[in-house]
Design a protein around this ligand. Structure first.
Ligand code: ZN
Length: 325
């Protein structure tokens, strides 16, 4: 389904006339940047062997779950900067949830080491984020190592996969430290194909109470809370420290139109950040999918989506918003 959508998209890329000159000038001045705020670590350091070329039909036909370091670097050629992260598994579990496996790296490396190694491929461009499990016994040591030794600049959590209540003491201890250190956090929000993922821990409304308790913690709610767009909008609109990323959303045209229209009607598209969710999708496919939304609206007699708001999402300097410059 995903591939079919994109093949349509690629034939229908609309000419972008709005804002293009302004954006080019902003790019030249370094004000506008294309920042991928949501990319996953490569599963393999070298080429992915055929037996590891996985796809998951629950996520989408031919969706890529594996990718090499070289594939990562070339997929990111279309962006100026990228945040890269893995996901900490549940303590005592060797299982890596869905896409955050690392079969093709030396077994001595964990997901934080791999994020740092990936970023080292182009330190000016790639920014490593750590991931921890709020209940892992060595959490403080690994936090210190990830920030101090590996240079991680933020955090990624997926509390539904990690089976941690965002209102728990363990989670709050971690948020407290991130807020004190001024490190931003990306939360997986929305659906999951893993049967044991606890969906309410990844619901945007659960993030509202975190944002209330931690008003200086910069938070990104991933995937526009897919499919809970209205709830996600309600949360990011009221908190100056909360944004959403649109990763994965453009792969489904009607859902993507809905998400954009909800944010547009509440004047909240300025809180939407660009992200790809690589390996699942590339930045280029995500841009193509975003730019196809206004045309999709016209062709289906749906209320319009302004092209300049789409371009603003793609060209948003998220690093500045997150305090990462
Ligand atoms: Zn992701």
């Amino acid at each position: 389904m995903v591939v079919a959508n994109y093949s349509v998209v690629q034939r229908q890329i609309p000419r972008v006339s709005v804002c293009t000159d302004k954006l080019q000038i902003e790019h030249l001045r370094g004000i506008a940047l294309i920042v991928d705020v949501h990319s996953h670590i490569p599963t393999h350091e070298a080429d992915v062997p055929p037996e590891d070329q996985a796809s998951n039909s629950l996520i989408g036909t031919n969706v890529k779950l594996a990718g090499s370091l070289n594939e990562y670097v070339s997929a990111m050629e279309t962006v100026d900067k990228a945040l890269v992260f893995g996901l900490a598994p549940r303590p005592g579990s060797g299982e890596h949830p869905v896409i955050d496996w690392n079969a093709g790296w030396h077994e001595s490396l964990n997901h934080n080491d791999i994020a740092a190694r990936t970023a080292a491929a182009n330190p000016e461009k790639f920014i490593p984020f750590m991931s921890l499990h709020p209940e892992q016994p060595d959490i403080d040591d690994e936090y210190d190592r990830a920030v101090g030794d590996l240079g991680c600049k933020g955090m990624k959590l997926a509390l539904s996969y990690q089976a941690v209540d965002p209102m728990s003491d363990a989670a709050f201890r971690l948020f407290d430290r991130l807020q004190a250190d001024g490190l931003p956090i990306v939360f997986h929000n929305g659906m999951s194909v893993a049967p044991d993922a606890v969906l309410r821990y990844a619901h945007p409304l659960a993030m509202d109470e975190v944002a209330i308790r931690f008003p200086n913690l910069k938070m990104i709610l991933a995937h526009t809370g897919h499919p809970w767009y209205e709830d996600c909008m309600a949360v990011v609109r009221k908190h100056s420290n909360v944004w959403t990323d649109i990763s994965g959303v453009p792969s489904r045209p009607w859902m993507a139109w809905r998400a954009m229209r909800v944010f547009h009607e509440f004047s909240a598209t300025h809180k939407m950040l660009f992200g790809s969710d690589w390996t699942l999708w590339t930045p280029q496919k995500t841009m193509d999918g975003l730019r196809a939304i206004p045309r999709f609206a016209r062709e289906h007699n749906l209320p319009p989506i302004p092209e300049d708001e789409i371009e603003a999402i793609i060209n948003r300097n998220s690093l500045e918003l997150l305090g990462l410059e």
